[in-house]
Design a protein around this ligand. Structure first.
Ligand SMILES: NC(=O)c1ccc[n+]([C@@H]2O[C@H](COP(=O)([O-])OP(=O)(O)OC[C@H]3O[C@@H](n4cnc5c(N)ncnc54)[C@H](O)[C@@H]3O)[C@@H](O)[C@H]2O)c1
Ligand SMILES: [Zn+2]
Ligand SMILES: [Zn+2]
Length: 528
């Protein structure tokens, strides 16, 4: 199998490794469908984590499908769709009995550290019954990858330990994936102020979109002054450290209000000063924590209910073969604006059909947080479709075969609402509870069922929200599940934005000889 192997400080490579085998009765082997890279993986590559030795397969986050279980596994069986926790726990030892899974005597953070991890086609998961979580039907896999590590980390180490209260004030130092995860989950408790501090403009802009009330682009003393100015000189009830360097820990000490909490999340490699000469009288508390993932079942429910959308953290997507590029992108976040990168394996195609409901309806969330309900077309949708096409401009119209927009004829609409669901399928996307169509994606198969063509159009008011991106993925996923090997789409040559979007999803552009104003976009679904 293919796996990303740590070869010593600064060195890693994608190589062929033997399949993992069941080593204990409580193990499961999981076929990884999607994984991601964590800041901690970069720490390992810098040589900061001595427990991780050369030869180790990296990665402690991901989702997949159970391939095999040991005789002692009772909660999972081959074919189950599962979330992998970054923390393995036996559920029985002294620490596990206290829900401190991170300190499990035979588990804890071992994946991609002291045992082989998830950046591979397969991974062995010890204590499978208590270290895997079932993925509910219809859930969005990508969103759940964020639940392996970053969401529980931000929530447990930052929000829970920081004792965030309704009406309270919170400062989060560091707007990386972990700080942003703390930002998303701190809002469960409705604090009055959430002040985000970072040096990167782009990350602060993201933080504002995710609900920060104030953003401070500064560090050290200056940042402290600004926080004090914003809080009437008092400071904040909760100061969350999400960077992992001495100066940010010291900043937290300067901005914590009397009676407040400093909740440290950052992994620190060197000592930091503790100013007891100032803090001894301030009734504060300082907490540290290695994430336990004890909150994962709760977070799964919250995400399922649409209360938060962790998918907003995903900025880039790669195949396992491109994992070196994924590391490049992730480790140069200032230039690439990366937050979390998703790495897909070939097994994505094997996701159980249950991931899309029987009637092929599903919920999708765009990167801007727009929730879409997607279902197949019904004959009675004709008036909705007619209305939709009145809100589609020629640039949004990628049904080239429709000709002019406004004159989409009754016959055309009839053809689009009465597809046979075998040689053609037509998906309609609705936003929230509304019954107005936001986007439509039609997939037509050629008679040999080896090739399909997709045409997507998006309502003009809903442009630039990631709707086209999600519909294209959905269409590709559907085409793959039907077993076709090539998916094509015709675009106007001038439609650079859309062509770029398709390129990001692994489509290649080829000339279209019949019409030089058009370009043919093609994706090989077998290698996708
Ligand atoms: N406790 C745990 O269990 C646990 C789990 C996972 C990660 N972590 C740690 O959490 C920390 C954050 O992780 P991440 O993935 O978000 O990291 P990251 O490197 O992506 O983000 C850190 C952010 O801090 C900002 N920053 C750097 N110096 C700063 C300064 N002086 N003032 C203000 N902001 C500054 C950076 O611009 C960046 O946006 C890391 O130390 C990571 O190892 C801890
Ligand atoms: Zn991690
Ligand atoms: Zn244990």
């Amino acid at each position: 199998m293919k796996a990303l192997v740590y070869e010593g400080p600064g060195r890693k490579s994608l190589m062929e490794r033997p399949m993992p085998k069941i080593a204990a009765a409580t193990d499961a082997i999981v076929k990884v469908t999607r994984t991601t890279i964590c800041g901690t993986d970069l720490h390992i590559l810098k040589g900061d984590v001595p427990t991780c030795t050369p030869g180790r397969i990296l990665g402690h986050e991901g989702v997949g499908i159970v391939e095999e279980t040991g005789a002692g596994v009772t909660q999972f069986a081959k074919g189950d769709h599962v979330l992998i926790s970054c923390i393995s726990s036996c559920g029985k030892c002294e620490y596990c009995r206290r829900s401190m899974y991170s300190h499990c005597t035979t588990g804890g953070w071992i994946l991609g550290n002291t045992i082989d991890g998830t950046q591979a086609e397969y991974v062995r998961i010890p204590h499978a019954d208590t270290s895997l979580y079932p993925i509910p039907q219809g859930a969005d896999e990508e969103a759940l990858v964020m639940l392996s590590d970053i969401l529980p980390t931000g929530f447990e180490c930052g929000v829970l330990n920081g004792k965030v209260q309704p009406g309270g004030t919170v400062a989060i130092v560091g707007a990386g994936p972990i700080g942003l995860a703390a930002l998303l989950t701190t809002q469960f408790y409705s604090p009055a102020e959430i002040i985000m501090i970072d040096l990167a403009e782009n990350r602060l802009a993201v933080a504002k979109r995710f609900g920060a009330t104030q953003a401070i682009k500064s560090s050290g003393k200056d940042a402290a002054h600004q926080v004090l100015a914003l809080t009437g000189g008092k400071g904040v009830d909760t100061a969350i450290e999400a960077v992992g360097i001495p100066s940010t820990f010291e900043l937290c000490q300067e901005i914590v209000a009397p009676g407040g909490v400093i909740a440290n999340i950052g992994v620190h490699g060197v000592k930091a000063d503790l100013h007891l000469e100032k803090l001894w009288s301030q009734n504060i508390a300082i907490t540290t924590r290695l994430v336990d993932t004890a909150s994962t079942p709760m977070l799964l429910k919250i995400v399922r209910a649409g209360k938060i959308d962790p998918k907003k953290l995903i900025t880039h997507r790669f195949g396992l073969d491109q994992i070196a590029d994924a590391y490049e992108t992730f480790s140069h976040a200032a230039d690439t604006k990366a937050l979390k990168v998703i790495i897909e394996t070939d097994a994505v195609r094997a996701i159980p059909a249950g991931a899309m409901d029987d009637d092929l309806s599903t919920a999708l969330v765009t990167h801007t947080g727009l929730m879409l309900h997607v279902r197949t077309v019904k004959p009675e949708d004709e008036p909705l479709l007619a209305d939709f096409f009145r809100h589609v401009t020629p640039e949004d119209l990628r049904f080239r075969f429709l000709g002019g927009v406004r004159e989409v004829s009754h016959e055309r609409l009839l053809a689009m609402t009465q597809v046979d669901h075998v040689t053609a399928e037509h998906f309609l996307a609705f936003a929230g509870g509304s019954d107005a169509i936001v986007a439509a994606a039609m997939v037509a198969f050629d008679p040999s069922m080896t090739k399909a063509e997709v045409a997507i159009s998006v309502r003009a008011d809903d442009r630039h929200k990631g709707v086209g991106w999600e519909m294209l993925r959905h269409a590709a996923h559907y085409a793959q599940s039907r077993g076709v090997s090539t998916l094509e789409s015709l675009e106007s040559r001038e439609n650079h934005e859309v062509i770029e979007l398709e390129r990001e999803q692994g489509f290649v552009a080829v000339p279209y000889p019949d019409d030089p104003t058009l370009i043919l976009i093609r994706k090989d679904l077998r290698s996708a």
